[in-house]
Design a protein around this ligand. Structure first.
Ligand code: HEC
Length: 176
């Protein structure tokens, strides 16, 4: 990408490694919470867990590592996760890469930008739709689950996905 020329002028190897680690931790922590609550209390409670825990886990990781980390998507469930202009551009690029057959596991991007007179390192990593996600993001969501989602997220756009599609991305921002 054109942007990588800029990124190469600053040494951001540390930021890149940290972003990968933090994204992985966010993914793993969310997954273990989700699996636990699905098994012990079922899907309706699991939605509440996502609702409360997803922002909390992101915030705690962000505080621990002194950065911003979260999840975003072109079709969000929680409007608080909406992408900014840079994130939208990367998500569109991920979509085009997926369509041309690139393995989703390798889809990540990083860039150094100046935002409000501050140099920032930004990173995103693609999140594919997997089988367990269909329960709450797929085409045949049980009505009780749909009801709960629509009550908590009246602006939900994150239903109707198929396995293998791009659900969204982890996103990290570090001040340099
Ligand atoms: C039990 C229901 C449930 C399951 C299963 C589930 N999600 Fe979600 N998902 C949610 C809820 C609820 C939110 C909103 C969380 C919030 O408020 O930040 C969400 C939000 C997201 C977001 C953040 C962007 C947005 O739309 O707001 C991503 C990315 C995401 N889910 C991916 C996945 C993936 C990938 C899987 C499968 C591994 C999955 N989800 C499984 C309920 C679920």
């Amino acid at each position: 990408m054109f942007s990588s020329i800029i990124a190469c002028s600053v040494d951001v190897d540390g930021e890149l490694l940290l972003s990968r680690v933090v994204s992985k931790q966010l993914g793993e922590q969310l997954k273990s919470k989700l699996v636990d609550s699905l098994q012990s209390e079922g899907p309706i409670s699991a939605i509440s867990v996502c609702n409360f825990d997803a922002p909390n886990i992101s915030n705690t990781l962000g505080e621990n590592y002194e950065l911003e980390v979260g999840r975003t998507s072109l079709k969000t469930r929680n409007p608080a996760n909406q992408p900014d202009a840079w994130e939208t551009k990367q998500l569109q690029w991920f979509e085009s890469q997926l369509k041309s057959g690139v393995d989703v596991k390798s889809l990540e991007v990083h860039e150094v930008l100046t935002e409000n007179n501050q140099e920032v390192f930004r990173y995103m990593k693609a999140i594919p739709v997997q089988e367990p996600c269909a329960l709450c993001h797929g085409k045949n969501i049980p009505p009780s689950v749909t009801n709960k989602i629509d009550t908590l997220y009246p602006e939900d756009q994150a239903k109707g996905y198929e396995i293998g599609e791009l659900r969204g991305a982890f996103t990290v921002k570090i001040e340099l």
